[in-house]
Design a protein around this ligand. Structure first.
Ligand code: MFK
Length: 573
């Protein structure tokens, strides 16, 4: 027995065993069930060894996370002789994660497309396992995936030739990551206010490619400044105000001599969470950059990147929920209070069941978006699937992010005071979860995006069709009852859209968040039910239990609403 405190008789002292992880693929019946239901058997057989290995690595990396808690990024602005070098040092875990991510193909798999429409599921199953052990290395990976997709979508062949092979490389020595520099001091949500200007350079080139502009401005919140390239926005002379007047640019952070491309790193951000991510404030002063898709319509042109990174956000949200629950369940089997293990306490198990139900709902929605993305990218999507992907991406991002904060907060509470103590590593989980509803569009901004998709892209019909098709296959009586609840709530949501449109734009805006959350939870329930129906045929009742508990939490936040002026009056003095 190890003596763990000096001067205390071991026989009289108690030490709590900490929670432990075991291979996070082998112990994850939710992921396994989803893959068995949605993938052809030969695809699952092919990818399962990778999943097993990632589940093993997740445990190993988790131990490294705990051991290197204080290893945070550092900016070395000057060298000994007064030269500005702006070198950013990252943690040892980040260096390892970069190598692993390339070797395991965490971005590449989506572009190699070995398993056709299932390649995105393959990729994101690995990302889901890797994410919570990576100290948010998923951030640069998400942007890298988004950049590759955006360059391909715009068919900019010279930039595809230059960058995409690197962004999707499995060779750590060759692999690049990309930044996504959008936010300025004027706004992270209202990107159309961006002040950075772009002026045609006189013969300037980027990587030997002509037609470069020089950028002048400040980027206020640039995640993962260690990337080799970035996509960014700037306004050319004479362009109109707003997002339409911005242009999407490609730039490389350093030139072939390793000198910074007219970029100064002013400082790294001191943030609540994602502390291992080197997030920087930058000054662009003559940065050479190439337009990706002509001049103008920068926000529309960067949208493919946003949609990919928002999908990563949803997957990372379910990954961190799963991690919190994993640790809390293991702990419940170790911790004894009031005479029995916590796992024997009905109230504690009821609490864990509530968390698990939220996680399983979120899981189904996030992986449905992944499935749709795979179908669209492989050219096999129906018109319904294409419309649904556009509308479901912001819904999944916003609802899963909120669930992640809630579930991870509960997971911390499951440890009592220990969960509040830094060197258990548990507080980091909550801090890192808190970014999920903020970056890549806040809940309110994404709710407005959902309303835009309803107005322009037939999203309401796509949501309805999805709920009907998922619930119409249900046969088990308990599940059909809940299916009726999902359809009823969907009808209520449609009624709200129609009525609020009649009442005017302010009412629709005020209710957008409650509407989007309602749609998200309704679809989560419908997807859970669909999965539960299949699981029953496999003799597995767990998804049915999760669906029942999820429904008991409620799925609608539409009801007796305040009018916008009433909400304002609550704060009148
Ligand atoms: C852990 C994994 C995740 C890791 C990620 C880490 C990286 C984090 C780094 C960042 O956080 S980067 C910053 C992320 N910033 C945002 O997400 C911006 C949030 N704000 C919005 O999303 C606003 O809604 C938006 C800037 C888009 C609003 O700007 P505008 O100027 O009012 O745009 P508008 O008029 O709504 O849309 C312009 C065009 O883009 C329209 O098309 P048209 O020109 O044809 O009319 C829109 O339809 C189109 N568009 C906008 N959003 C779209 C879209 N198209 C498709 N999908 C979308 N989501």
């Amino acid at each position: 027995m190890v003596r763990r405190a000096t001067g205390i008789d071991e026989a009289m002292s108690f030490f709590q065993d900490p929670p432990e992880l075991t291979n996070t693929y082998q112990t994850d019946h939710v992921l396994q069930g989803h893959l068995r239901r949605t993938l052809p058997a030969e695809v699952l057989c092919d990818i399962e060894p990778e999943l097993q290995e990632m589940g093993r690595l997740a445990v190993e990396l988790h131990a490294q996370q705990l051991a290197n808690r204080h290893d945070e990024p550092r900016l070395e602005a000057w060298d000994a002789w007064g030269n500005r070098i702006d070198r950013v040092h990252v943690s040892a875990l980040w260096e390892r994660a970069a190598k692993l991510a390339a070797e395991k193909g965490l971005v590449a798999i989506a572009y190699e497309r070995v398993h056709g429409r299932h390649s995105r599921t393959h990729q994101f199953a690995l990302v889901y396992l890797f994410g919570p052990s990576s100290d948010v290395y998923t951030c640069p990976l998400a942007m890298t995936d988004g950049a590759a997709r955006t360059l391909l979508e715009h068919k900019n062949q010279p930039l595809i030739d230059r960058a995409v092979a690197r962004l999707t490389s499995r060779d750590p020595a060759r692999a690049w990551t990309s930044g996504q520099w959008m936010t300025e001091r004027t706004g992270g949500s209202d990107v159309g206010l961006s002040e950075t200007v772009a002026t045609p350079s006189d013969g300037g080139k980027v990587a030997g490619l002509p037609g470069a502009y020089r950028l002048q401005g400040t980027k206020w919140f640039t995640s993962a400044i260690t990337s080799q390239m970035a996509l960014t926005l700037a306004r050319t002379a004479g362009s109109p105000d707003g997002g339409r007047g911005l242009t999407l640019f490609y730039l490389e952070v350093r030139d072939e001599t390793c000198a910074l491309n007219g970029i100064e790193v002013n400082r790294l951000k001191d943030k609540l969470g994602t502390r291992k991510v080197p997030t920087a404030e930058l000054t662009l002063d003559g940065t050479l950059a190439l337009p990706v898709a002509g001049v103008g319509n920068g926000i529309r042109n960067i949208a493919p990147m946003l949609n990919v990174t928002r999908t990563w956000n949803a997957i990372c949200a379910i990954g961190c929920m799963r991690r919190g629950i994993d640790l809390a369940v293991d702990y419940a089997n170790r911790r004894v209070q009031f005479g029995t293990k916590l796992s024997e306490k009905p109230l504690h198990m009821d609490t864990l069941a509530g968390m698990q139900a939220e996680f399983e709902g979120a899981f189904g929605l996030a992986f449905r978006v992944v499935q749709l993305l795979g179908a669209v990218e492989s050219g096999e999507a129906t018109a319904h699937e294409e419309r649904l992907l556009r509308a479901l991406t912001p819904v999944a991002k916003l609802v899963t992010a909120k669930q992640a904060v809630l579930v991870v907060s509960e997971a911390i509470e499951c440890f009592g005071g220990a969960g509040y103590v830094e060197d258990t590593g548990l507080p980091t989980l909550l801090r890192d979860a808190q970014v999920l509803p903020i970056w890549e569009g806040t809940t309110n901004v994404l709710s407005l995006d959902v309303m835009r998709a309803i107005a322009r892209d037939g999203a309401l019909e796509a949501f309805e069709e999805e709920v009907v098709s998922l619930t119409s296959v249900l046969q088990q009586p308990r599940l059909t009852d809940l299916g009726r609840l999902a359809r009823k709530t969907m009808a209520q949501a449609r009624g709200w859209v129609v009525e609020s449109a009649e009442r005017g734009v302010l009412d629709a805006e005020a209710g957008a968040r409650r509407f989007a959350l309602t749609i998200g939870r309704t679809l989560e329930l419908a997807l859970l039910l669909r999965h539960a129906e299949w699981s029953q045929t496999q003799g597995d009742e767990r998804p049915t239990l999760a669906a029942r508990r999820f429904a008991a939490h409620g799925i609608s936040s539409i009801g007796d609403e305040l009018k916008p002026d009433e909400a304002k009056r609550m704060f009148s003095r």
